[in-house]
Design a protein around this ligand. Structure first.
Ligand code: NDP
Length: 439
């Protein structure tokens, strides 16, 4: 029942999950008896708050802040904070809902949550970013804690923002604890956390392809986005001998047939915080296509012939027409770094055609899994090496693939990882909810 019709993204995410749960609900009546569906679609707690801050001109600015503590059956609420002008209650709710099942799939003890603000970090000075982060945390701090709710980054929230928010939390709560993940390596962060979502998404693709006797080696790959997830997807693709040839931002895309220049991309995005259009100044053989020149209603990244595609920017960036273009050009694998990047119709087509399709909640779970490894290191006051964390990440991605694919096989649709991931994640949370009673 759509009781909040404005929350379109939330209904899109919930309908996909509920649809794939049908075979499970029919086979095991206990989930209906305990009203798990009715309970799981309602967040345990939703916090909405005002964020006042002063810009560099001394003007008062007002934004909306959100934290949705969706489900704590498996552990403390865990999920990122997104700062982007498109953020609203429906977007945070869809992200929080997906997070419940994603976190369950990792096999680690973490519940699901998500938060953020409609604040736009673009064009803001460093001081403005700091003042906003401090103002945001001046309300959020009372709701979170190392054993209660542990936020992380997402779109618009990276190490800089986590640093400013951590500083304010520490001051207000008078506690130095692992309350945020994605921290700097100098004060409590974990090695591999920066790389984890992108690396994990490529590990997931590797597992999907290995099960079909294929690999990424020597293959052309397309990637969308040019933020944290996209950059480390490209890096891991190179490690595995693949050729990533595209990246994008909200203004346009780069096609570099010789392979994306990773050092240049990192410098532009991580150091200079520049637009992607700058890339062709340094790589004149590459092509920049501004969004105005994209085919009507489409994302040009998905028209580039490739073996594998890695959507790594944002929700609904790949629609049915894009999906058809990918398949027509011979694409055999789609592994989602972003959350819900493919529309429902695009997902249906990928599932129907039985390509190697890894839905975001499985393929991009490496980020939150490594956040949990950061929490474990903080709690034990230890730091693990890069190799140790990377090996754990690779194993977790393998386990997630095996759990989704064996569950899909159990329900008679062995290649349908949407069904497999949704059922495998749901089952863990639902069983914990039943055992913990009606709370
Ligand atoms: P970043 O902020 O680092 O990068 C986001 C990238 O996506 C930028 O290139 C941005 O372009 C582009 N983008 C954002 N919004 C839009 C839009 N509306 N239209 C077109 N392009 C857009 O974020 P992340 O890389 O961290 O996140 C990317 C995706 O991955 C998100 O869906 C996020 O939820 C998901 N994810 C991230 C995880 C993490 O660990 N960081 C974990 C799991 C999932 P521009 O700069 O022009 O806005």
């Amino acid at each position: 029942k759509r009781t909040s019709p404005a929350q379109t993204e939330f209904y899109q995410a919930a309908e996909e999950v509920l649809y794939s749960l049908q075979p499970l609900l029919e086979k095991y009546p206990k989930y209906k008896k305990h009203k798990i569906i009715e309970r799981i679609v309602e967040p345990e707690r939703q916090i909405m708050f005002r964020v006042n801050w002063l810009d560099d001109n001394g003007e008062i600015q007002v934004n909306k802040g959100y934290r949705i503590e969706f489900n704590s059956a498996l552990g403390p609420y865990k999920g990122g904070l997104r700062f982007h002008p498109s953020v609203n209650a429906g977007v945070i709710k869809f992200l929080g809902f997906e997070q419940i099942f994603k976190n369950a799939l990792t096999g680690l003890q973490i519940g699901g949550g998500k938060g953020g603000s409609d604040f736009d970090p673009k064009g803001k000075s460093d001081n403005e970013i700091m003042r906003f982060c401090q103002a945001f945390m001046s309300e959020l701090y009372r709701h979170i804690g190392a054993n209660t709710d542990v936020p992380a980054g997402d779109i618009g929230v990276g190490a800089r923002e986590i640093g400013y928010m951590f500083g304010m939390y520490k001051k207000l709560a008078n506690k130095y604890e692992g309350v945020l993940t994605g921290k700097s390596l100098k004060w409590g962060g974990s090695l591999v956390r920066t790389e984890a979502t992108g690396y994990g998404c490529v590990y997931f693709a590797k597992n999907m392809l290995a099960a079909r006797g294929e690999s990424l080696e020597g293959k052309r790959c397309v990637v969308s986005g040019s933020g944290n997830v996209a950059i480390y997807t490209i890096e891991k693709l190179y490690h595995l001998g693949a050729l990533p040839i595209t990246c994008s931002d909200s203004k346009g895309m780069i096609l570099d047939e010789e392979g994306i220049d990773l050092l240049l991309l990192k410098d532009l995005k991580e150091n200079q915080r520049a637009r992607l259009s700058e890339y062709i100044k340094y790589r004149p053989n590459a092509k920049y296509i501004p969004v105005e020149e994209y085919p009507q209603g489409r994302n040009a990244v998905w028209s580039v012939p490739c073996f594998a595609a890695f959507p790594s920017a944002t929700q609904n960036e790949l629609n049915l027409e894009d999906a058809k273009a990918l398949l027509a050009n011979g694409c055999k694998c789609v592994s989602e770094g972003a959350n819900m990047p493919s529309t429902a119709q695009a997902v249906d087509l990928f599932v129907e055609t039985k390509i190697a399709y890894g839905p975001g909640k499985a393929a991009n779970a490496g980020g939150v899994a490594t956040s949990q490894l950061e929490m474990a290191q903080n709690a034990s006051m230890l730091s693990w090496t890069f190799e140790e964390v990377d090996a754990k990440l690779e194993q977790i991605m393998k386990n997630i693939f095996e759990s989704a694919s064996s569950t899909a096989a159990e329900f008679g649709q062995p290649t349908n990882l949407v069904l497999g991931a949704n059922i495998a994640g749901f089952r863990k949370v639902a069983d914990a909810m039943i055992e913990q009673g009606l709370v």
